[in-house]
Design a protein around this ligand. Structure first.
Ligand SMILES: [Zn+2]
Length: 194
């Protein structure tokens, strides 16, 4: 069924509304961030840090590419706090992937693994180190994985059915907004992107 893009028609209650309230966690500058992974694998995406915000690279009509802004890869994991089991989304960088892949090769799924993320340089944008280990927590008692794609679209203020030219318009409009997120913010960022 074709939908008219700017209006979010759906046959069932919108998945996007269920992602409200989850935090996107970036590795802190100091200390170690521990979490239990609840997704089976990484969801990766090319993004730009452009006009003060992290935005997705677009395969067509990408305004950031037009401006020669380089894209970079970011990975996302659904995870939960080891004690409260509250769900969060974790952002990882390319150097984290090897440790996750080693675990995946051995165990077939990331769900249930403990992930430890830290920045050896203690700099907000320093390279992230990552360690992945088996947890003792029963996997069947973990919360369901977050729909990461829906969460990211909501964070980026993008409707799932938007066409490439419409996305370009949205990206262009975002650049004029004042409520920008500094990329160096080592703490949490609310799902509304503010
Ligand atoms: Zn691009």
């Amino acid at each position: 069924m074709e939908h008219s893009a700017p209006i979010s028609w759906s046959n069932r209650p919108d998945d996007l509304s269920t992602t409200a309230g989850y935090d996107l966690i970036r590795c802190p500058a100091s200390g170690v961030h521990n979490a239990i992974i609840t997704s089976a694998d990484i969801l990766g995406v090319k993004v730009h840090y452009y006009h003060g915000r992290t935005r997705p690279h677009l395969n067509e009509f990408c305004p950031a590419c037009d401006d020669r802004n380089p894209w970079r890869w970011r990975g996302y994991l659904s995870a939960c706090h080891p004690k409260s089991l509250n769900s969060v989304a974790l952002e990882i960088t390319a150097p984290c992937v090897n440790a996750l892949d080693d675990y995946l090769k051995h165990w077939g799924s990331l769900r249930g693994a403990v992930i430890m993320l830290w920045r050896p340089s203690h700099q907000p944008n320093g390279r992230i180190s990552c360690r992945v280990e088996q947890s003792r927590f029963p996997v069947e008692q973990l919360p369901a994985a977050i729909d990461l794609e829906a969460l990211l679209l909501k964070l980026w203020e993008i409707q799932p059915h938007m066409t490439a030219p419409e996305l370009k318009q949205v990206m262009a409009a975002m650049h004029t907004k004042k409520n920008r997120i500094p990329n160096s913010n080592p703490k949490q960022i609310g799902t509304n992107g503010h």
